[in-house]
Write a protein that binds this ligand. Structure first.
Ligand code: CDM
Ligand code: ATP
Length: 287
């Protein structure tokens, strides 16, 4: 038996850290949404009881460090599954980019194995297990657009933003999420207006979404890596309607309403940045 699952990337339209907790994590308020740049996870059920991983990109770990491996291992142990699985990951989402590639691979593996191993778990149960792997995994299990609180694992679905283009540009550096949170001074930053972003989305106001884009982690990453600030400035100069760094970076995204302008920005950025993508937001059907 085999199954294939798409694992899309996320962007943070708004990311606020309210305070640092005693367990070392930050209490956050984030508005997250999925874009149609995705990894592909192929799962093949095996009868040797082993979990094995292969990845199309050589520099992504193919052992216990892989978040998809951890997802399979968690399900196998919790439900005493005797079967094994071979996981093949076709990587399209840039790695250590702030786009939750590894988290989405883990979420897709949880969902795929739920089917392949006939576990009958609900999305809520899969999301709860996902939270044990990483803070972004629960959101990736649900997908769509959501307000994420707690350390990122408490998910409240909201409406999808209006359709638009999303240009992603990643400078050739990897950023450590742990390091960025460690350097963050929650009391010295300008906080996001999360409620204003929720309202802008509910009212389908593209203009208000663009004016409320805010990510407190920019205060750290832009200072550490001036090339991220440079890409942000270029995207604004080329005419994106709204520009922000995603997650802990270094990927910068630009929201663009009109296709002709999207082409102009994409071509302009390609001149000095190799990793540039023009994608769409993934909108859920009921919104
Ligand atoms: C930056 C974001 O990607 C935005 O969506 C997330 O907040 C981080 O999600 P993630 O990469 O899944 O993070 P995890 O793997 O859970 O945590 C990595 C490290 O980031 C820090 N961390 C993470 C989440 C959080 N709410 N507060 C934190 O301080 C912790 O030091 C943690 O050890
Ligand atoms: N399936 C996976 N795909 C990519 N990286 C993985 C995977 N599993 C484990 N990793 C490890 O996780 C690290 C972070 O990768 P990832 O692409 O998930 O970062 P990210 O997009 O910044 O995540 P986030 O936005 O959740 O902080 C990588 O350096 C890699 O070694």
């Amino acid at each position: 038996m085999k199954c294939s699952v798409k694992a899309p990337a996320k962007i943070n339209l708004s990311l606020d850290a309210v305070k640092k907790r005693d367990d070392g994590f930050h209490e956050v308020e984030m508005i997250m949404t999925m874009v149609d740049l995705a990894d592909r996870i192929d799962l093949t059920d095996t009868d040797d009881g082993q979990i094995t991983v292969d990845v199309s990109e050589g520099f992504v770990p193919n052992d216990q460090r892989n978040l998809a491996y951890q997802a399979a291992s968690l399900l196998k142990e919790r439900f005493q599954v005797e079967r094994g699985v071979h996981i093949y990951i076709t990587k399209r989402i840039p790695v250590a980019a702030g786009l939750a590639g590894g988290s989405s691979d883990a979420a897709a593996t949880l969902k795929g194995l739920n089917q392949l191993w006939n576990l009958g778990l609900s999305l809520d149960e899969l999301a709860e297990m996902g939270a044990q792997i990483g803070s972004d995994v629960s959101f990736c299990v649900y997908g769509g657009t959501a307000l994420a609180t707690g350390r990122g694992e408490i998910i409240k679905p909201i409406a999808s933003p209006p359709a638009c283009w999303v240009i992603l540009a990643k400078p050739p550096i990897g950023v450590s999420t742990a390091e960025v949170y460690k350097r963050l001074r929650v009391n010295d930053v300008e906080h996001a207006n999360t409620q204003a972003m929720v309202q802008a989305i509910e009212q389908q106001s593209f203009v208000d979404i663009c004016s409320n884009l805010h990510n407190v982690l920019e205060t750290v990453t832009l200072e550490m890596y001036p090339e991220v600030k440079h890409i942000k400035d270029q995207m604004i100069r080329f005419g994106a309607d709204g520009v922000l760094m995603s997650g802990s970076g270094p990927t910068v995204f630009g929201l663009v309403e009109h296709e002709s302008r999207m082409h102009r920005i994409y071509n302009g950025l390609r001149g000095f940045c190799q990793d540039v993508y023009a994608v769409r937001l993934i909108r859920t059907r009921d919104s």
